[in-house]
Design a binder for this molecule. Structure first.
Ligand code: CUA
Length: 176
């Protein structure tokens, strides 16, 4: 009799302890998930920023090619060694192309699309921006080396997707 009592007391204690451990580990697992979620949000905000959709970022795909700022295909000087250009993607070409930029200058590309999703990827660089109709994305890059760089579309956009190639020609720095 006392043996069975001892046995059931032991089982009660065991189950209580086991349930406590389960609760602790469920809590730890949920804590890890919450940290993962919050960490992801923080990294996304710090890395990409929170883009508030204002008029400055909005474009009308139907008129993007014929209205400012994307109608202007010129490279614009914005500082002592900084330039910007508005790059328009459409089925199946890049404008402006070929684009001449100086070596060693910070070039800011503003990118949008006049029709469907395209991808603005410049081979041999870290430039990779999705061209979204209605939205302007941007990236700043400094070409350290002169030469010809290919712009390749990296979002499937239809029958001529693979031939949607533009050119950026980086002109060598003049010796001063
Ligand atoms: Cu444009 Cu693929």
């Amino acid at each position: 009799m006392s043996d069975t009592m001892a046995q059931s007391e032991f089982e009660d204690a065991f189950h209580k302890a086991a349930e406590r451990h389960e609760r602790v580990w469920i809590f730890i697992a949920m804590l890890l998930l919450a940290m993962l979620l919050i960490g992801t949000l923080i990294i996304v905000v710090l890395d990409y920023g929170v883009v508030v959709k204002t008029d400055a970022y909005g474009t009308n795909p139907a008129t993007a090619a014929t209205t400012p700022p994307f109608a202007d295909t010129a490279l614009v000087r914005t500082g002592p060694n900084a330039y910007s250009v508005h790059m328009l993607a459409r089925l199946w070409a890049w404008t402006p192309s070929p684009l001449h930029v100086p070596q060693g200058a910070a070039i800011t590309f503003y990118v949008t699309s006049a029709d469907v999703l395209h991808g603005f990827l410049v081979q041999g660089t870290t430039i990779n921006v999705t061209a979204v109709p209605g939205i302007t994305g941007y990236v700043t890059y400094t070409f350290a080396h002169a030469g010809t760089y290919n712009i390749v579309c990296n979002e499937f956009c239809g029958i001529e997707h693979q031939s949607m190639i533009g050119r950026i020609i980086v002109d060598p720095e003049r010796p001063s």
